[in-house]
Design a protein around this ligand. Structure first.
Ligand SMILES: NC(=O)c1ccc[n+]([C@@H]2O[C@H](COP(=O)([O-])OP(=O)(O)OC[C@H]3O[C@@H](n4cnc5c(N)ncnc54)[C@H](O)[C@@H]3O)[C@@H](O)[C@H]2O)c1
Length: 299
């Protein structure tokens, strides 16, 4: 239980985190790397191979360029931020990190493998090992290490440079000091808004959001309304910035399905079960914006 005083203390404390590692430089990892670099941290992004590392660097570069063209950041600051980012293949370059944020695919075994490797590689014994998982219990990930007291859920939102929220999720074994350091970093270095949640699949936001997205897919699947009308209904009728199907495209249909499966595995409630249309679209490689086609087509 966090009190108002705890929150205020964390917000004013100096963060001891300067060297950040990010595992996985996809949609989320590249955004996390970008905001950490903009905050002045030295950032290493670890990908599976050199080609994926270069793709991650291109994503970060494009996003910083967008920030410059929108007047959000000066060209000089963007170049300086990019200069603080190194992309590498493999995890060895993460040895000297103070904080590592894992953002690989939403797959329990993939995350367990990454945390077992981080446990071997990261030298600072009190380094914070964080997962950006949307729905996999932190306890399962933490038990892959010999230091579960330093493992915490640190769930960012897409797009990371725009959305302010971070959900902080301690497992039963996470130390209070680990939570305090992660919170202090998110608030003082990244200027994020932190909320706390128990270690339950989906945390706060996805436990509420994902059943809504799945309902929209079921509505489309049953012929109830078109994708455009479902989305227009929620944009114009509820003032949402985008409709549920376009949002599913943005999140990624594969990621949405994986989150739904974790929620279903945890709670066994039919509302969390991925609808067949979502599964078939993932089978077909129609993953949304990142693959060029989902419920909508992208140029
Ligand atoms: N997409 C969203 O809107 C969103 C929002 C919040 C959290 N998340 C979570 O963030 C995580 C990543 O999601 P994403 O949308 O960025 O996925 P993504 O598919 O865009 O990126 C995943 C990246 O991880 C890399 N990767 C896979 N295995 C790796 C390994 N062993 N070592 C290094 N890199 C590896 C892949 O090459 C890929 O670039 C997931 O846990 C997801 O649930 C996603």
């Amino acid at each position: 239980m966090t009190t108002q005083t705890d929150t205020t203390d964390a917000a004013t404390a100096q963060t001891d985190i300067r060297r950040v590692g990010v595992v996985g430089g996809g949609l989320m990892g590249s955004g996390i790397a970008e905001v950490c670099a903009e905050a002045g941290c030295d950032v290493v992004v670890a990908e599976t191979d050199e080609a994926a590392a270069q793709r991650a660097l291109r994503r970060i570069t494009r996003s910083l360029d967008r920030g410059v063209s929108r007047g959000k950041v000066s060209a000089g600051d963007a170049a300086a931020a990019l200069g603080r980012v190194r992309v590498v293949a493999g995890l060895d370059a993460l040895a000297d990190r103070d904080l590592v944020v894992e953002a690989v695919v939403e797959d329990e075994q993939a995350k367990v493998d990454v945390f077992a490797a981080l446990d071997r590689v990261v030298e600072r014994s009190d380094a914070v090992l964080a997962s950006n998982t949307s729905s996999i219990p932190i306890m399962k990930i933490a038990m892959a290490t010999r230091r579960p007291e330093y493992v915490v859920g640190m769930h960012y939102f897409n797009p990371v440079p725009v959305l302010k929220l971070v959900e902080l999720v301690p497992s039963l074994l996470t130390g209070g000091e680990t939570v305090r350091r992660a919170q202090s970093f998110a608030e003082t270095a990244l200027h994020k808004q932190v909320i706390h949640c128990r270690d339950r699949a989906g945390f706060v936001v996805n436990a509420l959001l994902v059943p809504y997205l799945l309902s929209a897919v079921r509505m489309l699947e049953s012929g109830y309304a078109t994708a455009e009308d479902i989305d227009t209904g929620m944009v114009q009728g509820c003032a949402h910035p985008m409709g549920p199907l376009r949002l599913t495209d943005l999140i990624g249909l594969d990621t949405t399905k994986a989150i739904a499966e974790s929620l279903y595995a945890e709670f066994k409630e039919p509302l969390y079960a991925p609808p067949p249309l979502l599964s078939r679209m993932v089978d077909a490689g129609l993953l949304g914006k990142k693959s060029g086609r989902g419920f909508y087509a992208y140029a």
